[in-house]
Design a protein around this ligand. Structure first.
Ligand code: ATP
Ligand code: MG
Ligand code: MG
Ligand code: MG
Length: 465
């Protein structure tokens, strides 16, 4: 089953259950300054859950574009390392705003998975929040899942409401206990059931999370009940596609294979299993959709998340031997894969390509120089990268720290992040002091005594202000 059909079946199913089909909102949340990028389907409905906004419907279903490359849910470091994480992905969701609750949510999910997508019931494992007897009972008694495949996930980290089966949008905002559905990709794949020491393997993959939205968490961490218990679910399209296409990794689904082939074409790589191709295929989606939604590469905020993603992709291209702009050429391929589902991508194609190309040209030369400096340093000490070099790469050559960290991780090099932070701090102080010195020299200063005692002393003397 192709991605297009999977999307359609999902929306049609929930429409048949009285849900209104709502379009994906943009990646930059319009209603929430606390959140940089939309990380899940519920973000556009946050105020509805909180009772601050109303909609003409009580049930909704969406296919939401999401980015998890920062903030509470950050998967940037997982890309290229796990079979299931992307920076950009599509989340299939159904929502109830004070309408149905646990029972219907669970029954709907089960019916869709086993009757519409025809997944074998015995391949599905369930987790529930450790003290949620109601959800446990519905799975065991109404759905009939054998109890050895229903796992209570507890607050094993010692903090109540902080466990994996208690979902939170962010540090503040709507939250609640959840129940999750995992698919067993089979004993030939390494990994164990949720809650086991091997759970991070790729055998049991979480496909769907049903959140019982019940609370709002404030800045002090206090939970206040929502006006009405509600439902928020999210299922990763790419993970479901992997299951339905009988492959074990998201990167093996149709859409990703096409993007990986395109990345190989543009970089000259010959081994399609190369991790760098996965990263590039992942990052072209995230970068393009962020630009579609109005973000441009810059040195802060949304723009810096975008820049980090693009530069990481370019570094992987460089690793594959491509030193010329190539990344922007993948936008055509992405358009073929996703332009029909997202007309906004198709319309913005030229703008996306121009933006990427400009960033490639900007970073191309410093990437080349920076890599030489890095290689020279690693030739001296192959196991450690000092903070000063990492800072020079950042400051002079435009290497975001996570890009340098990505290289270090690949090569088993220990990166001195504290040293980096110290170098950064030192530079800030020097810059501040230089600014103040100028001020002290040019402006009649009426505060404390401002005897010039040399740059170093100024850099350490915040009392000069
Ligand atoms: P995981 O434990 O695998 O990191 P999660 O628990 O963080 O997933 P949720 O926040 O529960 O994920 O999101 C709901 C669903 O969205 C998940 O069940 C999964 O199918 C999908 N999903 C989450 N993160 C990603 C990602 N980075 N890439 C692709 N799909 C994802
Ligand atoms: Mg996660
Ligand atoms: Mg999880
Ligand atoms: Mg989850």
């Amino acid at each position: 089953m192709k991605s297009t059909e999977i999307r359609e079946k999902f929306l049609k199913f929930f429409e048949s259950k009285g849900h209104t089909i709502v379009r994906s909102s943009p990646l930059v949340p319009g209603n929430d300054p606390t959140m940089l990028l939309t990380n899940s389907g519920m973000v556009q409905f946050k105020d509805v859950f909180l009772g601050l906004d109303t909609r003409p419907y009580k049930r909704a279903t969406t296919v939401q574009r999401c980015v998890r490359a920062g903030g509470k849910h950050n998967d940037l470091e997982n890309v290229g390392y796990t079979a299931r994480h992307h920076t950009f992905f599509e989340m299939l969701g159904n929502f109830s705003f004070g309408d149905y609750f646990k029972r219907d949510a669970i029954h709907f999910a089960w019916e869709l998975l086993t009757k519409v997508y025809n997944l074998p019931a015995e391949k599905l494992t369930i987790t529930v929040y450790f003290e949620d007897d109601e959800a446990y009972g519905i799975w065991a008694n109404e759905i009939g899942v054998p109890t050895e495949r229903i796992i209570r996930i507890g607050d094993n980290k010692g903090a109540r409401y902080a466990s994996d089966n208690f979902w939170q949008m962010a540090d503040t905002g709507p939250c609640g206990p959840c129940t999750e559905i995992f698919y067993d990709h089979g004993p030939e794949i390494w990994g164990g059931p949720p809650g086991s020491p091997e759970e991070d393997g790729d055998r049991f993959i979480e496909i769907w999370n049903l959140v019982f939205m019940q609370f709002n968490r404030d800045e002090a961490g206090v939970l206040t009940p929502l006006p009405k218990p509600s439902i928020d679910t999210g299922m990763g399209l790419e993970r479901l596609a992997a299951v339905l296409q009988h492959v074990h990794s998201n990167y093996e689904i149709d859409l990703f294979q096409n993007l990986i082939r395109a990345a190989a074409r543009e970089t000259g790589a010959t081994d399609l299993a190369n991790n760098s191709l996965k990263v590039i295929a992942d990052h072209i989606r995230a970068a393009s959709f962020m630009i579609v939604d109005g973000i441009i590469p810059s040195s802060e905020g949304h723009g810096y998340v975008l820049r980090r993603i693009i530069r990481r992709a370019l570094r992987h291209g460089h690793k594959l031997g491509q030193t010329k702009p190539f990344f922007y050429k993948l936008v055509d391929d992405l358009d073929i894969e996703m332009g029909a589902a997202y007309p906004e991508l198709h319309e913005a194609k030229q703008r996306v390509m121009q933006t990427l190309k400009a960033e490639e040209e900007r970073f191309g030369e410093t990437l080349e120089h920076g890599m030489k400096i890095l290689e020279a340093q690693l030739a001296k000490d192959p196991k450690n990268l000092d903070g000063a070099t990492a800072f020079t790469l950042y400051d002079t050559y435009g290497f975001p720290l996570d890009l340098t960290a990505d290289i270090c991780r690949e090569r088993g090099v220990k990166l001195d992040e504290e040293g980096f932070a110290a170098a950064m701090e030192q530079q800030k102080k020097t810059a501040r002091a230089a600014g103040k010195f100028k001020m002290a020299a040019n402006v009649e200063y009426s505060g404390e005594k401002t005897t010039f005692v040399g740059y170093d002393a100024l850099a350490h003397n915040s009392r000069v202000l």
